[in-house]
Ligand binder design. Structure first.
Ligand code: FAD
Length: 372
């Protein structure tokens, strides 16, 4: 699985760009440990967060953001919970990062470290999404690939000092959170491209199979989908081409272009689904299942009545692919993933605004207006 390596790498680069002194040396040693062992690393950044209108130290329950509850000569003890932690069930190591900017009152919450997944006191509460076995005819993608998230509970977990990267350094919490996201949104838009290609390809295939390829509204919808997918691709490539070198010689993709790519992807995703579903037709949710298809008597009926410009066999397989990607639980999962994962749409807009330097454009506008 792609993400099991990428998300950890995003965090390892961020730690090595933001930290200094002894903490930096610990992060470097941990990086070598992961590289030498070819380890799978997940990242727990998002806290459960309680009342979103309040900061970590203002919550009714102090454990709604992960915090340090004790410390001694050997290490620290942490309590609280992170949520939506992808691939934690499959990983060797978990890197924990702060989720937001913190003030002096939040010092106990300004914490970052790494623990192996079999650490005492660490509890994984797995999401029910995509549980059980499923039929490959009906679920061509989700019968083979699953990504599972957990509520990740730290019930007074001990972390030795050599694995602690940040301890009560509230001023670095925000920079570490944001630096991770700089990498992680780039990872996000990169791994979305195959999904967008699948939507474009499936839309073209089903339009042909339904016999509607020559209709002008169909070409318009296909053109929209191509423009969408290729705009995300072009912005992703441009974010890489505009990359910069940060602290300790570590490169990072251009933050503004990365966020533009992620924002374009996320804010148009539901419209893309609408176009694909429109071209496919209602069989996406009313079509026959795998067991009926396997039954020779029923299959003869399905083959007769579900033929369009193509035989029923290929048309139903394509419809099931589209249904899996857009209308069933994997489809819903990806729709929510588009809006929230790697940061919400509002967070992306904020980063675009923050990373754009308006000085030159404003000076140009003043010159054009004849203002001194
Ligand atoms: C499939 C999936 C996989 C993920 N994988 C990981 C992972 O591996 N590791 C990890 O750490 N995280 C992961 N995430 C978490 C992801 O980054 C969060 O979902 C995202 O940051 C949004 O947080 P939230 O879900 O708590 O929603 P919320 O933050 O509650 O957002 C809901 C709405 O409230 C708004 N909002 C929230 N706070 C405020 C505020 N203070 N003021 C105004 N508006 C506000 C948001 O903009 C949004 O509109 C994953 C998420 C998903 C869906």
């Amino acid at each position: 699985m792609l993400l099991i390596k990428e998300i950890g790498t995003d965090a390892l680069f961020a730690l090595q760009r933001v930290l200094e002194g002894e903490e930096l040396e610990r992060a470097r040693a941990f990086y070598r440990h992961c590289a030498d062992g070819d380890l799978a690393v997940c990242v727990a950044q998002t806290d459960v967060k309680g009342d979103r209108g309040k900061g970590p130290s203002a919550q009714a329950d102090p454990d709604l953001y992960l915090r340090i509850v004790d410390q001694n000569a050997d290490g620290i003890v942490v309590r609280g919970a992170k949520v939506h932690t992808s691939v934690s069930m499959n990983a060797n190591e978990m890197i924990v990062l702060p989720t937001r900017t913190m003030g002096p009152d939040d010092a106990e919450y300004a914490v970052s470290f790494a623990v192996p997944l079999d650490t005492e006191g660490l509890g994984l509460y797995v999401s029910s999404y995509a549980a059980g076995e499923r039929n490959a005819f009906e679920f061509p993608v989700s019968s083979r690939y699953k990504m599972v998230e957990t509520l990740t509970v730290f019930d007074d977990v001990f972390v030795p000092w050599d694995r602690v990267f940040m301890c009560r350094d509230h001023e670095k919490a925000g920079p570490l959170a944001l630096t991770f996201v700089e990498y992680h949104r780039f990872t996000a838009v990169s791994y979305k491209l195959p999904l967008l290609d699948a939507l474009v390809g499936a839309a073209g295939e089903i339009a042909q199979m339904n016999g509607i390829m020559k209709a002008s509204h169909v070409r318009e919808k296909l053109t929209w989908l191509i423009t969408y997918a290729e705009t995300v691709r072009a912005l992703t490539e441009m974010a890489a081409l505009r990359c910069r070198t940060g602290a300790h010689g570590i490169a990072y993709p251009d933050p503004m272009t990365t966020n533009m790519a992620k924002y374009t992807f996320a804010s148009r995703y539901h419209e893309a689904l609408e176009h694909v579903q429109d071209l496919a037709g209602g069989l996406l949710v009313t079509g026959p299942g795998g067991e009926d298809w396997e039954n020779p008597e029923i299959r003869a009926v399905l083959e007769k009545y579900f033929r369009a410009a193509s035989p029923a066999d290929v048309r139903l397989r394509m419809l099931h692919l589209i249904s899996d990607l857009t209308a069933r639980d994997l489809g819903g999962y990806h729709a929510v993933l588009a809006v929230h994962a790697e940061g919400s749409i509002e967070a992306e807009k904020l980063q675009i605004f923050r990373s754009y330097d308006p000085t030159a454009a404003m000076a140009y506008a003043r010159r054009l207006a004849g203002i001194g």
